[in-house]
Design a binder for this molecule. Structure first.
Ligand SMILES: NC(=O)c1ccc[n+]([C@@H]2O[C@H](COP(=O)([O-])OP(=O)(O)OC[C@H]3O[C@@H](n4cnc5c(N)ncnc54)[C@H](OP(=O)(O)O)[C@@H]3O)[C@@H](O)[C@H]2O)c1
Length: 275
């Protein structure tokens, strides 16, 4: 990862959901490929946001992606007129009955909807958006798809330090890490611990996500991000690449840490000439 590249940091997330937790090794686990000629139709939740917006941008550069359906409560800013992009306005994220047909006809969901607890007015609201919305969506996908194959991939954007045991000590954002951890755990339960024959859940745990598409604080970053801090960050395009890599190719590993995401993201971006 080149941290000398222009980058702007979302400072509100620097020590947010991901914060200072653990140093992580690189992943060299082989990935699965589901199709000989990969052609994938994707549904993206959170497409109006920072990470989800980048997923849309990168997805539309990939010849493997034949359709991107963004499900959002408002229209997308900077939406392209690429005919592969379709936007579905959806207002009740606790009920997905109207999306059954989309769940049956697409191959994967990328879930980039949410935030850290302090982004919401209350813990109840944060819990509803983070936990209820995601678990209801996965339950609806399970119901809509029945046992159909090939497996449908649900690629969940979580955060570094997500704690499924809800017991670890954290200096920052403990409530966010617990909530993300509980959500991961309950999503895993829905797919029977990832033994479900037609559903595959892949969790992505990025550190602080850097926006490398804008100017902003790039010089501060170039000079200020020490070697010690680098394992705690990832470029937004690599987050998108990692989510798209697992949405199209799957993953034997069901939880990707920051270093894994940098590797997967790099593979995907290289395959479409963006890196
Ligand atoms: N940014 C980081 O550095 C970072 C690091 C680690 C993990 N993450 C995680 O990655 C995910 C995406 O983060 P982000 O930075 O892209 O966040 P973001 O820019 O704030 O985008 C959040 C997305 O979630 C949607 N959303 C939020 N509340 C909603 C609600 N009540 N109903 C429907 N949609 C709602 C937003 O839709 P609207 O546009 O309609 O509000 C938007 O599409 C979050 O779960 C976050 O915790 C982010």
């Amino acid at each position: 990862m080149d941290f000398t590249a222009p980058a702007e940091v979302r400072f509100h997330h620097f020590f947010g959901t991901q914060g200072l937790v653990i140093a992580l090794g690189r992943c060299s686990e082989p990935t699965e490929t589901r199709y000989d000629d990969i052609m994938v139709k994707l549904i993206v939740f959170g497409a109006t946001g920072f990470a989800g917006g980048e997923v849309i941008r990168v997805a539309l550069k990939s010849p493997e992606v034949t359709q991107v359906t963004a499900v959002a409560r408002r229209s997308l800013e900077n939406a392209t007129n690429d005919p592969r992009l379709k936007v579905l306005i959806h207002n009740n994220f606790e009920d997905y009955n109207t999306l059954s047909e989309e769940f049956r006809t697409h191959d994967a969901v990328i879930w980039a909807l949410g935030g850290k607890v302090s982004d919401f007015p209350s813990i109840e609201e944060a819990t509803k958006v983070t936990h209820t919305y995601a678990t209801r969506a996965l339950e609806s996908i399970k119901e809509a798809r029945g046992g159909s194959t090939p497996p449908f991939h649900f690629c969940y954007l979580s955060g570094m330090g997500a704690d499924r045991t809800e017991s670890q000590h954290f200096f920052f954002e403990k409530a966010s890490r617990y909530l993300k951890g509980r959500t991961e755990k309950d999503l895993l339960t829905i797919v029977d611990g990832n033994t479900h024959p037609s559903l595959r859940l892949i969790m992505h745990r990025p550190g602080g996500i850097l926006d490398t598409t804008s100017e902003g604080m790039r010089s501060r970053l170039r000079h200020g991000l020490s070697r010690v801090m680098r394992p705690y960050f990832i470029e937004n395009k690599l987050v998108a690449g990692s989510l798209l890599h697992t949405a199209t190719h799957g993953s034997q590993k069901d939880t990707l840490e920051n270093a894994d995401m940098i590797e997967r993201g790099g593979l995907f971006l290289s395959s479409i000439g963006l890196q």
